[in-house]
Ligand binder design. Structure first.
Ligand SMILES: Nc1nc2c(c(=O)[nH]1)N[C@H]1C(S)=C(S)[C@@H](COP(=O)(O)OP(=O)(O)OC[C@H]3O[C@@H](n4cnc5c(=O)[nH]c(N)nc54)[C@H](O)[C@@H]3O)O[C@H]1N2
Ligand SMILES: Nc1nc2c(c(=O)[nH]1)N[C@H]1C(S)=C(S)[C@@H](COP(=O)(O)OP(=O)(O)OC[C@H]3O[C@@H](n4cnc5c(=O)[nH]c(N)nc54)[C@H](O)[C@@H]3O)O[C@H]1N2
Ligand SMILES: [Mo]
Length: 648
């Protein structure tokens, strides 16, 4: 048995070339059980053993048999030759703008073998690809929140909202839409070592903080929190009702609104019902949310009379009209006048992944350069099915109108759209449009089964890497613990082989082996650490130590951009058109989207709570007329108004 070595933020034990067990990381107060699956998963019979090509595609370039055909196993060289020739044909006949390489997905925790970085670098080295914008995690928020706070949503999340420490010290009432759930905080991009969500709540409870979980599930917040059940998707109505009570009872902080926000006077008539005849009272919200009106009133009063932090789970925006609860939560927090005060205002996604709420010095990442993309076209990430089925058809997104690109080849590495997309029947239809689909995967996932060419990829345990994320204070060497399973190769080697055949080997590899790259990326990281006054050991020392705890925890946390804005609204004006928090956005209003006014609103679903059943059809030209501001149920962060339908 070999001594346990970290496979990231936990230890892995091997015997006879196989992973036989995992152990928690020593510093972890509340380890996750997820790594327990590793010994079975890594050696599972569903691993892709050898390069495999779908018979129908190999013999007659058939597309219809995707997902049902058998696969033919080929030697690596032969399979790489075939794939390279096909990529070359597509780029010569249709240009690189016919290659979709968005390749959304989480893939590995390691920084060099990060599959998305690898596939993007490879495709850029051979002339570029159509990319995707945003994530399934926070795509809708990424579109709307810059209009409201003038900052990228990811920066707000990761660098600028209150730390757990600040909350523990200052917050009196924690109002959690969608809860704060340790089930989600088990994982994080790049790995998470200390799972401490539960211990923070122990501190909150010990100091008597009132913690209220608002959402469909009691277990979305730790023991000791109160629960206010609401129907999923109804949060905007509840927030409006809370805002109504503030305004009706004279609890709105109008001084704050006057100094730090714009557009309340345009929102107020909607809130109070003078513009649409429908005051957003607790009685109005009650049947929508399933919440008693008196409870809503009492909560509004409590929020106005104590230091209140509103938190919103990412799930609320991963839905139809997902921009509305996010925007409305900012408006509600502004009306309370506590934005920019420690432990007050609004924060997003605490607990959504581990590490949010840690206050840390930010160093340059251990990041592979993806090179420039000469194509420069992107789609919002969840528009994959719409794009494949509707080449050339214009679509709206966040104020711009663009035609969908005409995609002939899809390359996916490190993601599973047949797990992550919304309407899989629609995706399944649209997936038959491109001429060729290539996938790198360790396992025979639903997506691999629907590909034409499948290259078996190694997992993190079969190659050396560096584990590092800005959301965690630990730095890891992730040694290769076992030999590649079957004939699996690292994504880097797969892409090196393809780039070589396409005449761009030197551009892709720069003559470096994986180990050369690791050293180079690591040295860059080390230098940036030194520049920030953080000592990082040399690569060989890290290898010997396996992991190191970096002195980067920021105590006390730096004031957030909203605290700086509050202190000096002119000197630290926000990067919105008005320089302030936008309760009404001229920009969004100017998009002219019929069902999305320039302020947050409760938007009824077209068919109430029951969604129409969409039968998959053979034609690819189905199009729903549903509209949304930056969101629709199928594609949560874009506008789904579509002109004439078309097939592929
Ligand atoms: N119904 C529903 N759907 C959802 C969500 C939801 O809440 N409900 N959540 C959405 C969200 S937020 C997200 S982020 C997505 C997640 O979507 P994905 O990230 O696409 O989901 P995973 O299944 O983790 O896919 C990662 C794939 O990468 C593969 N992989 C791992 N390591 C490597 C590697 O080194 N190389 C290669 N080539 N492949 C590797 C894994 O085997 C796996 O198949 O799902 C979204 N979809
Ligand atoms: N164990 C585990 N952890 C994960 C992941 C995983 O696959 N497994 N995926 C990771 C990823 S990629 C992401 S993006 C994050 C996602 O993080 P989140 O989006 O926060 O996670 P979810 O589990 O989708 O939703 C959290 C809770 O919100 C509640 N909820 C759903 N809809 C509504 C609503 O309309 N209103 C209210 N009030 N509540 C609602 C649900 O009860 C749910 O339990 O999780 C990350 N963490
Ligand atoms: Mo996600």
């Amino acid at each position: 048995m070999s001594p346990p070595a970290t496979g990231g933020a936990f230890k892995v034990t091997t015997e006879g070339g196989r992973i036989i067990g995992t152990e928690p990381f020593a510093d972890d107060p509340d380890p996750s059980a997820i790594p327990d699956i590793l010994p079975q998963a890594v050696h599972h019979r569903s691993r892709v053993a050898r390069p495999s090509i779908r018979r129908g595609w190999l013999e007659r370039r058939d597309r219809a048999g995707r997902g049902s055909d058998e696969f033919v196993e080929l030697p690596w060289d032969e399979a790489l030759d075939i794939a390279a020739a096909e990529i070359d044909r597509i780029r010569k006949e249709h240009g690189n703008k016919a290659i979709f390489g968005g390749s959304y997905g989480w893939s590995s925790a390691g920084r060099f073998h990060h599959a998305q970085s690898q596939v993007h670098r490879f495709l850029n080295s051979i002339g570029g690809y159509v990319a995707s914008f945003g994530s399934y995690s926070t795509g809708c928020a990424q579109a709307i929140m810059p209009h409201v706070f003038g900052v990228s949503f990811l920066r707000y999340l990761y660098n600028e909202q209150d730390s757990w420490q600040t909350i523990a010290e200052n917050t009196e009432t924690l109002v959690m839409f969608g809860g704060i759930n340790k089930k989600n905080a088990q994982v994080s991009m790049g790995g998470i070592t200390r799972h401490d969500t539960a211990s923070w709540f122990d501190r909150f409870h010990a100091k008597g903080m009132r913690c209220l979980n608002i959402g469909p599930q009691r277990r979305d917040a730790p023991e000791g929190c109160e629960w206010l059940p609401v129907r999923p998707g109804s949060d905007t109505a509840l927030m409006l009702a809370l805002a109504f009570v503030l305004e009706q009872e004279g609890l709105t902080d109008h001084d704050f609104l006057a100094r730090y926000t714009v557009g309340f006077e345009l929102f107020r008539p909607y809130l109070m019902g003078s513009s649409d005849g429908m005051p957003k009272t607790p009685e109005w919200a009650s049947p929508i949310c399933g919440t008693d009106p008196d409870t809503i009133r009492a909560l509004a009063r409590r929020m106005a009379s104590t230091r209140t932090l509103i938190t919103v789970a990412w799930s609320l925006q991963r839905a139809e009209h997902g921009e509305q609860p996010y925007w409305m939560s900012a408006v509600l927090a502004a009306m309370l006048g506590q934005i920019g005060l420690p432990g007050g205002g609004v924060g997003y996604g605490y607990g959504a992944i581990g590490g949010i709420g840690k206050s840390m010095k930010s160093l340059r990442g251990v990041t592979l350069d993806q090179l420039q993309n000469p194509v420069g076209t992107f789609i919002p990430v969840a528009r994959i099915a719409d794009m494949l089925a509707n080449p050339g058809v214009p679509y709206d997104f966040n104020g711009r109108r663009e035609p969908y690109p005409d995609i002939r080849l899809v390359y996916w590495a490190g993601g599973n759209p047949f797990h992550h997309h919304q309407d899989l029947n629609r995706l399944s239809e649209a997936w038959k449009c491109p001429e060729t689909v290539i996938v790198n995967e360790p396992w025979w996932t639903a997506t691999a089964k629907r590909a034409d060419i499948v290259f078996p990829a190694t997992t993190s345990y079969e190659r050396e890497d560096i584990g590092r994320t800005d959301l965690d204070e630990y730095l890891f060497n992730m040694p290769a613990l076992i030999e590649p399973v079957g004939e699996a190769r690292d994504d880097y080697d797969i892409f090196s082989g393809l780039a070589e055949r396409l005449g761009e080997g030197a551009r892709f590899t720069e003559g470096r082996s994986s180990e050369d790259w690791l050293r180079q990326l690591y040295d860059g990281y080390r230098e940036s650490g030194a520049a920030a006054g953080v000592e990082v050991p040399g690569f060989d020392d890290l290898r010997a130590q396996n992991w190191v705890k970096l002195p980067i925890v920021q105590e006390p946390p730096l004031p957030s951009f909203l605290a700086r804005f509050r202190a000096d609204p002119e000197g630290n004006a926000l990067n919105t058109p008005s320089g302030r928090i936008e309760i009404f956005s001229e920009t969004v209003d100017g998009f002219g989207y019929a069902d999305c006014p320039g302020h947050p609103a409760w938007l009824e679903r077209p068919n109430g709570w029951v969604r129409p059943r969409r039968r998959p059809r053979c034609t690819l030209s189905r199009r729903s007329p549903a509209t949304s501001c930056t969101a629709s149920s199928r594609a949560p962060w874009l506008i789904s108004r579509m002109p004439a339908p078309s097939g592929c």
